[in-house]
Design a protein around this ligand. Sequence first.
Ligand SMILES: Nc1ncnc2c1ncn2[C@@H]1O[C@H](COP(=O)(O)OP(=O)(O)OP(=O)(O)O)[C@@H](O)[C@H]1O
Ligand SMILES: [Mg+2]
Length: 152
Amino acid sequence: MPKERTFVMIKPDGVARKLVGECIKRLEQRGFKLVAIKMQVLTRAKAEEHYIEHKGKDFYESLINFIISGPTIQMVWEGEEAVSQIRAMVGSTNPLEASPGTIRGDFALITQKNVIHASDSIQSAEREIALYFLPEEIVEYSVGDDKWMTSM
Ligand SMILES: Nc1ncnc2c1ncn2[C@@H]1O[C@H](COP(=O)(O)OP(=O)(O)OP(=O)(O)O)[C@@H](O)[C@H]1O
Ligand SMILES: [Mg+2]
């Protein structure tokens, strides 16, 4: 069975505050495997497509303006229950409600400037991965710790 994959994006505040390495370190040391990565300033069209579910909400315009305000990092991560486990590691949307030990709970205070995005379901992950990556940009490879991070 193919390993579960999720989409993770480090937002402009996370890049500007040099939290890219910290976020990657946490996901790596948990045992997840990075299988795709790129950096870009999102176009307005791309950002609107990403956050289409929030179109019409009072924070939507502000969210889009923020997410296109600077460079962001796009990644695909793979591993056991990657979607739900990485959401848990990211923490609650409002960092003031995020548990200590989560990325938002450790590094953020403001809902809009909450450092990182992670897909909220397997369906969202599939949609978001396809939005940012061509299939050939996702790399299949083995690493030494695969043995310890799968139930095989
Ligand atoms: N009430 C709000 N006020 C301001 N910004 C908000 C509000 N709710 C959500 N946002 C912003 O919109 C983003 C998307 O909201 P969503 O409900 O999808 O939260 P999330 O899934 O935790 O975050 P993300 O989708 O960015 O991972 C949030 O991360 C936050 O930046
Ligand atoms: Mg979301």
